[in-house]
Ligand binder design. Structure first.
Ligand SMILES: NC(=O)N[C@@H](CC(=O)O)C(=O)O
Ligand SMILES: [Zn+2]
Ligand SMILES: [Zn+2]
Length: 434
């Protein structure tokens, strides 16, 4: 069945002037004023902002292995509701995505579900064990076309393995995405290290454990001339190192999560494990610094680090609880709240930080399933329509995710994704899955 023809009327393209978009055969067939509807179905979009479909570079889908927490199907439903048309599925599954077989399985499950493109991330080391390089080339050459490699959840702390991985991925223009956490400095760590961790009696996770790895990896990437990406950067010092690296013209990119743009360590005083995450929530000064870094382009992108965990792994005492929080369905609202409504980013900048740039880093802007492409005639019709004028109270029990561990539960956040189109086909309409 060929996708239906849709005329989106009067959307503010990238937050600019209202225009009409005609979506036909999976592409943007026309873009302009007062386009004739013909036989197209009309979607009234007055007051809505049209963005390119969002691309998440850091999502945990938990399949295979923890289908009680999330599946490719449920996670990509949550993605579509959040305005995403593509997600990169992290490799810390069971079995680990460290072979062509596993990444192809995840990629195929994504195609079958059909809610968003799933781009598997390949593990850097076999079993995330940090001992031997995984079959990076075979994963790159597989049907899944892997370009992003990460042991996320664990740090590739062995410098020689990190060096070899950086060298290896050059052959196919890949990137190594580092979870920057010096393991010895963070043994048993439970929250940000500082005065508050002392007061609460929780083992601290110092900023330097993140910054030391980032500094080392920037130098390694410079030495071998390879692309390095920093996962979930969370401290002022980390932003400063990346700023320096960019000033030197090094091929280093970085992401910040929505939660590190909004939440601070004070929430840990509730001992509510919804606020337990890796890297930990930091200080208000760090939040100010990562916002500044995202605004000035030091930090390239927002990535959700959507990390579903079943209720029993979160509703327990702090020390025993799992690290991680949901993010896909709330990411755009948190970015609007922290960056757009504060005047730090325009909607056009949001399109860059949440679609164009992540697609470029993940090399998914080319090929037939292109993502993160401009809203222009002939381009794939991957489009998100957002209503920035409404606000809503976050209720994770309404989530499409199988898990409920949202740190925003009960918070009022601005913005609502009204519709998401994946190659011209609506995956979300009127704020609900189609
Ligand atoms: N962010 C987290 O706290 N948890 C992630 C792993 C990770 O991103 O490091 C997870 O897989 O649950
Ligand atoms: Zn991580
Ligand atoms: Zn992660």
């Amino acid at each position: 069945m060929s996708p239906q023809t849709v005329l989106v009327k009067g959307a503010r393209v990238l937050g600019g002037e209202p225009a009409d978009l005609l979506l036909r055969d999976g592409v943007i067939a026309e873009l302009g004023q007062s386009i004739d509807a013909g036989d197209a179905r009309v979607v009234q979009a007055d007051g809505l902002v049209a963005l390119p479909g969002l691309v998440d570079l850091h999502t945990h889908l938990r399949e295979p292995g923890r289908e009680d927490a999330e599946t490719v199907d449920t996670g990509t439903r949550a993605a579509a509701l959040g305005g995403f048309t593509a997600v990169h599925a992290m490799a810390n599954t069971d079995p680990v995505a460290d072979t062509a077989g596993v990444v192809e399985q995840v990629w195929r499950l994504g195609r079958e579900a059909g809610h968003a493109d799933v781009r598997p991330v390949g593990a850097v080391t076999v079993g995330l064990a940090g001992e031997r390089l995984a079959e990076l080339g075979a994963m790159a050459d597989s049907a899944a076309n892997v370009r992003v490699f990460s042991d996320d959840g664990r740090c590739v702390d062995d410098a020689i393995l990190m060096r070899r991985a950086l060298e290896y991925v050059k052959a196919f223009d890949g990137v190594v995405a580092q979870h920057a956490q010096e393991p010895r400095l963070t043994e048993g760590a439970q929250m940000n290290e500082g005065e508050l961790s002392g007061r609460l009696g929780l083992r601290g996770w110092p900023s330097v454990a993140e910054e030391a790895i980032i500094a080392r990896d920037v130098l390694l990437a410079a030495h071998v001339g390879s692309r390095l990406h920093i996962c979930h950067l969370s401290t002022r010092g980390s932003a400063e190192i990346v700023r320096l690296a960019k000033a030197r013209g090094l091929p280093v990119t970085a992401e910040v999560t929505p939660h590190h743009l909004l939440l601070t360590e004070e929430l840990v005083a509730t001992y509510d494990a919804r606020y337990k995450v890796n890297p930990p929530l930091r200080t208000a000064d760090d939040v100010a610094a990562v916002r500044e870094g995202l605004a000035d382009g030091t930090i390239d992108i927002v990535a959700t680090d959507h990390a579903p965990h079943p209720v029993e792994d979160k509703e327990c005492e702090w020390d025993a609880a799992a690290f991680g929080m949901l993010g896909l369905e709330t990411a755009l609202s948190v970015v609007q709240h922290t960056m757009v409504d504060t005047g730090l980013l325009s909607w056009s900048d949001v399109a860059d930080r949440m679609s164009f740039a992540p697609a470029r880093i993940g090399r998914c802007d080319a090929g037939t399933a292109a993502q993160g492409r401009p809203l222009a005639v002939g381009e794939p019709a991957n489009i998100t329509l957002v209503d920035p004028s409404v606000s809503r109270t976050v209720d994770p029990w309404q989530s499409a995710s199988l898990s409920r561990n949202s740190p925003y539960e009960g918070m009022k956040l601005p913005g609502q994704v009204v519709a998401t189109f994946l190659r011209g086909r609506p995956t979300v309409e009127d704020g609900a899955l189609t």
